[in-house]
Design a protein around this ligand. Structure first.
Ligand SMILES: Nc1ncnc2c1ncn2[C@@H]1O[C@H](COP(=O)(O)OP(=O)(O)OP(=O)(O)O)[C@@H](O)[C@H]1O
Ligand SMILES: [Mg+2]
Length: 242
């Protein structure tokens, strides 16, 4: 569960990136965070994950406050950032073991998970190579594997499908579904409306730092009577601002 209460963030005293945001993501749901470029999605995710602080308001993950109790809060989630260019000098397997070490994963669990994830993501032949030598999609896969190796309760992903080929993208969606079926939570941002439409239990649409809609797609359709495609509803919502 993730809860944001009256969260605000302004950059350099002028750009109001997040404006009094309230959001509650429940246990067991896949929650999509939609919005155009510059809407405030990454800023919100960076505050949830404790990469940057809020100006005001509070954020809890499984009832643990990210600013008051950051280490305990960070134990609750795994995070896939929008840029997978991290730890390039490590080999894939070194990175996975590093993540498993940080999160105290037992050697039996890590072996089983690394074997199974490498197979599913078809990375068996690559994990012995440095991440530097990976393609963009492979770098994304290793970051995703690094999160799943510690099997977090809450999974947070910023634009996770960008750069993945159709097979990997399908696999990731399948894994998100599996993750929530065991009562865990998935929160991810995307531009790809079809993805949101297919796999999200609920979505929020953000523009100019403000939430314009939060609910199920069914509720969104009822709200926009007559519009059947998410794309049209999205364009109508984000185009009529100001
Ligand atoms: N480090 C920063 N310094 C100043 N302004 C920033 C910074 N990061 C983001 N912004 C501004 O904050 C606003 C929200 O940006 P953010 O990155 O959160 O959007 P986003 O919804 O993730 O967009 P995208 O879909 O392009 O990833 C934008 O106006 C952006 O220019
Ligand atoms: Mg972003």
């Amino acid at each position: 569960m993730i809860e944001l209460r009256n969260v605000n963030k302004t950059y350099n005293g002028k750009v109001k990136a997040v404006d009094n945001l309230n959001l509650k993501i429940e246990k067991g749901e896949i929650f999509g965070f939609l919005g155009p470029n510059g809407a405030g999605k990454t800023t919100t995710i960076k505050m949830i994950t404790g990469i940057i602080n809020t100006d005001s308001g509070s954020i809890t993950i499984n009832d643990v406050d990210i600013e008051k109790n950051p280490i305990e809060a960070k134990r609750q989630f795994g995070f896939v950032p929008d840029d997978p260019n991290i730890f390039l000098r490590l080999k894939g397997i070194e990175y996975l073991n590093f993540m498993a070490d940080i999160y105290n994963v037992s050697s039996a669990d890590r072996k089983e998970r690394i074997d199974s994830l490498s197979k599913r993501f078809e990375m068996e032949n690559a994990i012995g190579d440095p991440i530097q030598s990976y393609s963009h999609g492979m770098r994304q896969k290793i970051v995703i594997m690094g999160v799943l190796v510690h099997n977090p309760n809450v999974w947070i992903l910023d634009e996770p499908l960008t750069g993945l080929d159709p097979k990997s993208s399908f696999l990731l969606k399948e894994m998100m579904r599996e993750h929530t079926q065991s009562g865990k939570t998935v929160f991810f941002s995307t531009h790809v409306l079809e993805v949101a439409e297919k796999i999200c239990d609920r979505v929020a649409v953000i523009n100019n730092g403000r939430i314009l809609f939060c609910g199920t797609l069914e509720e969104m359709k009822n709200h926009f009577k007559g519009e059947s495609s998410l794309e049209k509803m999205f364009l109508e919502m984000t185009g009529n601002e100001d």
